[in-house]
Design a protein around this ligand. Sequence first.
Ligand code: HEM
Length: 404
Amino acid sequence: MLFRSWAQVADTRWPDVARVADHVGVEHLVVTRHALVRQVLTDPVTFRPDNALDAVTPMPVTALRVLAGHRFRLPPTLANNSGASHPEIRAIVADALHPARVAEQRPWLTALVRERVTRLSATLDAGEPVDLYAELAADLPLLVLARLVELPDAPVGAVKEFARAALELFWAPLDADRQLALATEVGRFHGVLRDFAATGGGLAARLRAAGHSPDVVVGALFFLLVAGQETTSQFLTLLLHRLAGEPAVRAGLRAGEVAVADVVEEGLRLEPPIVTWRRVAAVDTTLGGTAVPAGSSVVLWLARAGRDPATVDAPDEFRPGQRGSRRHLAFGAGAHRCVGDVLARMEAAVVVAEAAPLLDGVTVVRPPWCPDNLTFRMPDAFVVRRATDPPGFPTAPRLDVARA
Ligand code: HEM
């Protein structure tokens, strides 16, 4: 269940806190209720974030050697930092992602998405399939992030490859050969980041100027390159896929009766790209009546918390604006709550507003497939094409085909 939890969110038989052993025999306490997930997230003294980036499959010596060869280190910086440096590092990153700076990117992003949508629409009109992951969602968040924090000119493909390798290396069940291959990729890119951290402008320069060590600067960039773009491109893909199966919502958008922002929130609630997030118990405690010994890995099932009937009227239905829709925990909560939420929401709003019409009258040729992963969805593709009229029925209306 741990590695394909998104496939089970609608299953109502889970206890509030479930003990689940992983593929290597480590037991995790999986928290399923909204109130309990929130309680853990907002109590960093009892439940620390220190394990946020721990590899779920312990690394064999061969992979560790490869990482060490690239001087790979992930000191506590942001998500896994319960120390005194966290607020200061977070403030510098938050400043780079300030809502005013995010808003400045909106016209540029809108123009880019509009241009792509025009091109993709022509392709669909010509009867060709379109992969909305590869051709629309995959690189947009990275392009925006690069402008906001002044990233180096690494080719988009290389960054995407590295980020996906990192998500797999740290959060997937793996065998030793795969770990070695991923460690090679992640280690190599970490070396690129190390050079950039020493000389780069923008965010890197601000972190250096505040006196943070090279390891901290690399750690912050590493996390941002993964969390700050891969998450959002995954979300855009999952949301577009969901919307392909929600013709009434698209009709509401078209008619101006459904707000784009409400669609984004309902998408975050029902299709969060980060399905779980971890904390570690700092002391012996209890949670919802379950004993939690110090050192326990606590897996917060964010996707399931979004469907808790205690917080939302129609938990499994995509109803933008419904009561409780915005109470999801897709961005976490408390001191470590996602610092890129405004950016992610802006990007998703632009894509929904501009690209939802592309989904009218399409069939899903290839729904997103997601590999086993504790935390990230990582959809690999989303291919659609215009539904064609069957031979002999030239006047048949176009179909709005439900999600595959
Ligand atoms: C739909 C897209 C996104 C989702 C669902 C998401 C979700 C999350 C979650 C669940 C956390 C952990 C929160 C906690 O521990 O309470 C987090 C942390 C974080 N996210 Fe996001 N995120 C997204 C996009 C972004 C973007 C676009 C950026 C930046 C460009 C970003 C930067 C961060 C950072 C820096 C943290 C660590 C904050 C800290 O520890 O102080 N995220 N995010």
